[in-house]
Design a binder for this molecule. Structure first.
Ligand code: SF4
Length: 359
């Protein structure tokens, strides 16, 4: 199967626009999408109350896509679960089920690309390089798989989605937006768009595009450093989109969407935890009301970084708080299964990358 199109990436409205009301009415299209996306049907053969002409036209143009869970690893330390998911071309991505404090509610951390082109120095996914971007349906399937498991086990339901897995979502924005349409559609997975967060390392045109759409989704920005030379050495994309311009774009997004932007800061012990860094960060965030989450960087084998010490973390946090930055510490779970922030990369991807760079 060609991975480029499958029914899970479509909304009823898109089907009607593609085939015309005469062939696929809105009623037909709603039933078809609910059948496949909500109920997880693998074909349209047993669908009821859809006209034959619609069923045949849609089946001929769109297959029902299939991905496979290769591995399911549950954390022994906390209720995180990481899934290794094989796509139709045998590329492997990772998806994480994150429990919320409220029992029975989960967020799904999805991948948007196989690997990533951004090359952040502290990130496991960067070591894979970029293989390809995911299609909308491949993003939807990650959430659907988790929703299906939660329903089957009676553990709860998917409350939200965060694009913080493998890949830079603004580097695959068309497909990410199409996936969000399905995820939030009442005939799709019906997840409130306000509970969908797109996290970026900072691609200004992508942020501006989101701002122009007046979307209800949430935007997350990964800062890493407020000092230009340090940030540039850790996040190569800073050369094209310096962090100040990224924060200014975030301000435009916040102004138009009225949605508070979430800033995230991964603490790399001894690197971006200095007093000078805290001062620069407070200065950077002065231009807009902001909420900042501090997250411990988690160990990735082969990378020359370490998590912060307790003392580094407390000192950095307290200095920011004293400078008036609304700052919280965020717990990054699933460390023992490699599901924590910055740790996602498939073993195969890492292996191939190291063979390529060695060769
Ligand atoms: S941190 Fe995000 S943007 Fe940077 S390389 Fe990793 S996946 Fe890509």
């Amino acid at each position: 199967m060609n991975p480029s199109q499958a029914l899970q990436g479509e909304t009823p409205e898109r089907l009607v626009a593609r085939f015309g009301e005469g062939t696929v009415s809105l009623h037909d299209a709603r039933r078809i999408i609910a059948h496949v996306v909500q109920r997880g049907a693998s074909s349209l053969d047993d669908i009821t109350q859809v006209r034959k002409v619609a069923r045949l036209a849609v089946s001929a143009a769109f297959p029902v896509g299939a991905v496979r869970v290769l591995e399911r690893r549950a954390s022994a330390e906390d209720p995180f679960v990481k899934f290794a998911v094989a796509l139709v071309d045998d590329a492997v991505i990772e998806t994480v089920r994150i429990p919320l404090e409220k029992p029975g509610r989960f967020v799904v951390c999805v991948s948007s690309q196989v690997g990533c082109a951004m090359g952040c120095a502290f990130c496991a996914t960067a070591q894979m390089g970029l293989r390809r971007s995911l299609e909308a349906w491949e993003i939807v399937e990650q959430v659907r798989l988790v929703a299906q498991e939660l329903r089957r086990t009676g553990e709860g339901r998917v409350h939200g989605v965060v694009f913080q897995g493998m890949g830079e979502p603004l580097h695959n924005l068309d497909n990410v937006l199409q996936a969000i349409e399905v995820l939030s559609h009442p005939c799709g997975l019906a997840i409130d768009a306000r509970n969908i967060t797109v996290c970026t390392v900072g691609i200004v045109p992508g942020i501006d595009r989101l701002a122009s759409m007046r979307t209800r989704i949430r935007l997350g920005i990964s800062i890493t450093s407020a000092q230009q030379s340090l940030r540039r050495s850790l996040v190569p994309m800073d050369g094209r989109h310096p962090i100040r311009e990224v924060v200014e774009a975030a301000q435009r997004f916040q102004g138009r969407s009225k949605r508070l932007v979430m800033f995230a800061y991964a603490l790399l012990g001894g690197i971006n935890t200095t007093d000078a860094e805290a001062d620069a960060l407070a200065e950077l965030l002065r231009i807009m009301p902001a909420r900042l989450s501090l997250i411990d960087w988690n160990a990735v084998p082969g990378l020359p970084f370490r998590p912060p010490t307790d003392e580094e973390r407390e000192r950095f946090h307290d200095r920011l708080a004293k400078l008036g930055v609304p700052v919280v510490r965020r717990y990054s779970g699933g460390k023992d299964i490699g599901a924590a922030c910055g740790q996602l990369a498939t073993a195969t991807g890492r292996r191939e990358r190291s063979q390529n760079t060695e060769g």
